[in-house]
Design a protein around this ligand. Structure first.
Ligand code: B1M
Length: 210
């Protein structure tokens, strides 16, 4: 699709208004919000990631791409969160200490809400104390953690170890995700599940909560 390709280019160039307009046009054409999200926005960001890695794009540019993506997600959010699904359970989710990437986490939150979960998003750069406070306060069924950096992902083990030490580890389903993670890592830190993407997070949550 021409427009989808154009939107990926606009996301790459950090053209927020154009990305927003593209989302609106695709919605008018009857595209499902999830299809727009994955094919235009997530795919666009994947391309940005490659050139970021290769030193073709730099932080200020990628930040503009990220803001364009967020503007597109902002339109899709109510459509994705709109649901007739019965109440499924509660999740606290946050990005770990030292890590400020939040797009993936936000996407997981949106999709979980759409599936009928109540989501408490504690944001980015969370030290272990923040996670513990949040689960104590909200008593969720699920704790979700996100990390996008190989340097921050080990912090998930710090959080899980602290839960073990307090004797509360088994009171929660712990799900982890983020681009550098894999199943092996999730097993090694003692999480209940690794979620490759937001759709898998929803499926996994539904499966584990029963
Ligand atoms: Co960053 N960055 N970044 N960055 N950035 C990566 C992660 C990187 C892979 C880019 C690259 O080199 N190719 C690289 C990490 C390399 C590594 O660790 N080995 C990197 C780097 C190096 C950095 C900095 C260190 C750069 C610098 O300053 N020199 C710096 C670190 C800042 C920090 O956190 N302390 C940095 C900064 C930034 C920006 C601020 C510019 C921006 C973030 C803006 C924001 O989030 N508000 C940014 C971005 C945008 C990226 C890339 C390009 C895209 C990330 C993204 O949003 N993807 C990224 C490249 C990449 O990932 N390939 C990169 C889209 C999103 C939908 O996917 O987040 O993977 P993702 O989430 C998916 C799944 O992973 C999963 O579901 C989501 C939806 O399907 N998932 C979960 C994620 N969390 C989950 C939690 C769950 C379940 C599933 O819980 C249950």
């Amino acid at each position: 699709d021409e427009l989808v390709k154009q939107m990926q280019d606009d996301l790459y160039d950090g053209l927020k208004d154009e990305v927003v307009e593209g989302v609106e046009i695709l919605l008018e054409r009857g595209w499902a919000p999830y299809k727009i999200l994955t094919e235009a926005l997530v795919e666009g960001m994947r391309i940005v990631g490659i050139d970021f890695r290769d030193g073709i794009l730099f932080v200020p540019e990628v930040l503009m791409s990220a803001n364009s993506m967020k503007a597109g997600m902002y339109i899709l959010r109510p459509l994705l969160a709109q649901t007739n699904a019965p109440k499924m359970g509660k999740m606290v989710i946050g990005t770990v200490k030292g890590d400020i990437h939040d797009i993936g986490k936000n996407l997981v939150s949106m999709m979980m809400e759409g599936a009928g979960f109540e989501v408490i998003d504690i944001g980015i750069n969370n030290p272990v104390e923040k996670y513990l406070e949040a689960i104590e306060e909200h008593k969720p069924d699920i704790l979700g953690m996100s990390a996008l950096l190989t340097t921050t992902m080990p912090y998930m083990k710090v959080v899980i170890d602290a839960m073990v030490e307090k004797g509360i580890r088994d009171d929660y389903i712990v799900m982890v995700g983020g681009a550098p993670l894999n199943q092996e890592f999730a097993d090694a830190v003692g999480a209940d599940a690794y979620c490759r993407d937001a759709a898998v997070a929803v499926e996994t949550a539904k499966r584990l909560i029963h």
